[in-house]
Design a binder for this molecule. Sequence first.
Ligand SMILES: NC(=O)c1ccc[n+]([C@@H]2O[C@H](COP(=O)([O-])OP(=O)(O)OC[C@H]3O[C@@H](n4cnc5c(N)ncnc54)[C@H](O)[C@@H]3O)[C@@H](O)[C@H]2O)c1
Length: 282
Amino acid sequence: MSRDLLRLSGKVALITGGAAGIGRATAELYLEAGMQVVIADNHADRCAEASAAMPAALVIEADVRDPDDVARIIDETRQRFGRLDVLVNNVGDYLKIFTPFERSTEEEWEALYDINLKHMFRMTRAALPLVKASGEGGSIINLSTVEALRGIPNATVYSAFNSAILGFTRSLSVELGYHGIRVNAIAPETTDTIQVTADPRVPLANRPHIRTWFPMGRFGRGEDSAGAALYLASERLSGWVTGTTMVVDGGVIAAGAWMRMQDGTSFTHLPIIAADGYTDLD
Ligand SMILES: NC(=O)c1ccc[n+]([C@@H]2O[C@H](COP(=O)([O-])OP(=O)(O)OC[C@H]3O[C@@H](n4cnc5c(N)ncnc54)[C@H](O)[C@@H]3O)[C@@H](O)[C@H]2O)c1
């Protein structure tokens, strides 16, 4: 990859949850683009493996829900690199909570808030002085989900917090544009990672539907969203793009409920399979 094209060489990126999945793919792509990478992840084994696989990266074992850990992540980044250009707020999880809203609990709401939204506020607030210090602008990238853009039954609170990420992104972009700092979001559709492990969970009998469910004919891969994160990191490529959401979904949102029939000849907006393979039936 031409480093001159992206003009990212030497820029410093901090990726939360960067030891696996979309965050890991982003870390690998950023390194390939010549960036310095900091990974903050709370899973010890994944951190050890990521550190061995990416010796150039600074891997910090830390929980972004813990305010002390957030402060330590920024301190260690400052000590090692002296600057921060790109913050990827990647941690987020539905926590395997599929509860009809009427039966949802306050404990579930708090847990979903902590893992999907609150840490983004904390991490971003803690990072901003270091991002601003270079006087060279910067890019903040928040991972949301397509479920912020459409309704998802039984994951209502997860969806609400992820919609809030888009509001946070838009308003912060207006605040920070004056400082040359861009703020954008990425909204992936089902992406095969540890959290979703899409492929194994779809029953074999339903596999042919994957081709027709996604207009692009497959589940997402970590590198699909990483590509969007690379574009959004690069001032050269996306220097006038802020306050937006990049949907990375293989065309699913564009299709809405419209799906190609298995014979490939026509379309329907009526259900064509009994279940999606990973949402429990009530
Ligand atoms: N995979 C999907 O289908 C999908 C779809 C839509 C949105 N997303 C969003 O994309 C982002 C990345 O998802 P993924 O599927 O790659 O996730 P993942 O669960 O596969 O990986 C997340 C990483 O974050 C780490 N992590 C979890 N909690 C943490 C914490 N409190 N502090 C620090 N690190 C923590 C994990 O150890 C792991 O390495 C999330 O925000 C998720 O909501 C994913």
